[in-house]
Design a protein around this ligand. Sequence first.
Ligand code: GTP
Ligand code: MG
Length: 620
Amino acid sequence: MTAAIPSIALVGNPNAGKSSLFNALTGARQKIANYPGVTVERKAGHASFADGRPLSLIDLPGTYSLTPASLDEAVTRDVVLGRQEGETRPDALIVVLDAANLDNHLSFALELLALDLPTVVALNMVDLATRDGLTLDAERLSKELGVPVVPTVAVRKRGLTELLAAVDSAIGSYAASGATAPAETNDVALHQRARALARTAIVSETPVRRWTQRVDNVVLHPALGMIILLALMFVMFQAVYAWAGPPADALEGLVGTMQAWVVDNIPQNFLRDLVVEGLLAGVGAVVVFLPQILILFLFILLLEASGYMTRAAFLMDGLMGKVGLSGRGFIPLLSSFACAVPGIMATRAIPDEKDRLTTILIAPLMTCSARLPVYALIIAAFIPNRGVGGTGIGLQGLVLFGLYLAGIIGALVVAYALRRTVAKGAGAGFMMEMPRYQMPQLRDILLGLWQRAWIFLRRAGTIIAMTTVVLWLLLTFPQAPEGESQVEYSVAGRIASGLEVVVAPIGFNHDIALALIPAMAAREVAVSAMATANAIDADGDEDAMAESLGERLQGKWSLATALAFLAWFVFAPQCISTIAITRRETNGWKWPMFMVGYLFLLAYAAAGITYWTAVAFGLG
Ligand SMILES: Nc1nc2c(ncn2[C@@H]2O[C@H](COP(=O)(O)OP(=O)(O)OP(=O)(O)O)[C@@H](O)[C@H]2O)c(=O)[nH]1
Ligand SMILES: [Mg+2]
């Protein structure tokens, strides 16, 4: 068989650098086709030994073991065993290992070595290992494995000549032992051997790397890592409630003092009402949520700066792949927790069009920080501030966590549906380089918090204030005759009464109907709108003025209505900026309209189901 051109297969774990080696060795001399009957790509190419004799190379898909869990893996196994239709068994294997990830990659290498084919190990990515403070002894590893081990840096074409020379001599000196099938292997034993081997191969390792590796083993574990991620999110939402109390009360007090000062010092006129009922009541009701927003971002900034966020992305990659999204969507979706607008802009990093479209369409389901004031208001008013079953876990934080989670789960379900219908296509994984763990710098965190605070306050001072003023005007005119409710009699009130007919079936009242349309300008406006309407309602009534917005809503709404309103806002049709950016990024009105439509239907259904269920449980 060696009379013909020897055929050599590149095998190894995903992301070991097989394709990079393949490209470096073959250059442009490659041919891409499919394996017969399956959609798995077959990449083959030509290269030559130092003396000019040709060889043919096959680049196989990344695999964790010879026990196939996917089509890719089945093809890899069949090729190396010589069972793949239309493919002769390779004359030799190049097993590609990521030097920085030896214990994981050696397990598969051990399985491949049991195959009894001439084999050479490419110890790839030694540059990254060196950077991370890891020194390896290729000689010692070679002795332990019984095959040549050649250090390589595929992307810099380093070690290629040595690799081919080793392959050449491995084929030449090879004497078959007669074994044809892989030795029966026990997973645990295999992994233990791989770890022992990795330890022998490591000459020195900086303590930082050893420590990082240990933390990563836990944090990136598919089950344990997911539990840690959920636990961190959980603690974050608990903190939003546990810590925000005093500063939020102080802000609320400040707004109240300002209102009282204006009322006491300026005679009643149109402008004074505008300031007290519109600006101070409306915008003030939103500004009091600043502490909660800052606590949320404090966590996000800490997780980012410490190097954890990339790990979270890595963990989510698998889950996202299952619903047909690529891991590249993680960062855009994560930024959508701040605001969907930058999130949607960040989707430009996703190369596949359909994949990108899906990510854009689900970005509004990530709970943006503008929704936090709405959630926080309703939760504070309707969810009792107590622990759950004596565990010390706050019920309010738990509900907030649940709302964020509902958005995420909704997004995954919608993505799954879209990828099978209007945005058909397969998911693709991606490679991430893990940053080092770091102690977050106080300065960076403070700067980040300051930026978030500034963005929030600027919104409050511009779009939220403007919308609130317009709404105040629409709520003030025409003047209601004595004995009639000003809010209901006004222009805005009449529009709300019309809308109420549509939303009454899902438990929404006049307050909510009034808030829904202006909230399209910015979601926080739902809060300022209700605050303004209540301030106008309370006009002159000292007791009513003294009550907080939450207390007023408590007296007027049923729990079922409050819950339905929360459910609505998980899916709520987006703000105008989101629609505009979607139009720009998708070049037309088709997708933004689709997005508004599907989110509206989801929100309506979610609110309705929540309401009817709550009523059935006697909470109406
Ligand atoms: N620094 C460094 N990066 C490398 C090296 N080899 C590969 N890479 C990078 O590692 C990533 C994965 O390389 P690929 O060649 O696609 O890995 P693969 O083994 O073909 O991966 P799958 O086909 O998914 O199994 C790419 O981003 C490469 O640029 C190396 O020696 N050094
Ligand atoms: Mg590849």
